[in-house]
Design a protein around this ligand. Sequence first.
Ligand SMILES: C[S@@+](CC[C@H](N)C(=O)[O-])C[C@H]1O[C@@H](n2cnc3c(N)ncnc32)[C@H](O)[C@@H]1O
Length: 280
Amino acid sequence: MGDTDIMAQALDPFRLTDKLDPNALEVMITRLEARGGHPNFAGPLSAYLDRMEIDDKANVLDLGCGTGVAARAIAQRPGFGGSVLGIDLSDYLVDAAKRLAEREKLSDRVRFEAGDSRALGLQSGSLDAVVAHTLFSHLDDPPRTLAEMRRLLPQGASACIFDGDYASMTFELSDERRSRHMDDAIVASLVTNPRILRQLPRLLKQAGFVIETVIPSIIAEIGGADFWRSGIEAYAKLAPRAGIVDEAEASSWLDELLAASAAGEFFGCCVYYAYIARAV
Ligand SMILES: C[S@@+](CC[C@H](N)C(=O)[O-])C[C@H]1O[C@@H](n2cnc3c(N)ncnc32)[C@H](O)[C@@H]1O
């Protein structure tokens, strides 16, 4: 199967970023940067970094860093003089992350490399903190990544897992049945683990973490779509891959939501959670 075929058929392309072609990855880069820079997303990131109280000299890992949204935010925190390592499955996204960090003159504090969160070549206990910003819902084996995170942290160090509870993501059309159909199709095509955030209390404990605090954020737009606009445009292209709706249904769903937004009648929402946990 060629790269283009994989992109056309795959469910959850974020799980396969090492196999995607540059066109698909460029679309991803644009979406990740737009999302990361939006106040609806930057706010929850800044809130959990505040709560983690990362030491100014800490060695921090941003796992599944993509274009480095979280890594750059950590490096830019006032007084931060430690080092941030961003690791991602995709060489292409790692190169983009390096360029973006250079552009913001952060290269003295941030570096990026390719790697797989399920088996990292880093030394045990060598980090002071780990963040995984919207990685976990794309993993096919979350306990393996949790075990790696725990191995890299000494006792008492903290980790944060932030992600959407995609099972809660919903957009409303005038027809309730069609809305539910598309909600199901989006979740099935976009993520591997739509309920992972609900399983973390158990999985974190099994991996040797104790939860310190959980910060929920509701990203809702009622009336007009701004944050969700680039999301629904991408979801309309992805959703048919799940075999629940066809392309025509997905495209009329998008048209209807954009019209609802123009009329001030849009409803779109997803709950996100930041789990801050300490290694025990
Ligand atoms: C939704 S993106 C989030 C990117 C970035 N953290 C952000 O929030 O902008 C998920 C990222 O996880 C990466 N990823 C998926 N599976 C991975 C794995 N097993 N190891 C490392 N990175 C992985 C993907 O390449 C992608 O960049």
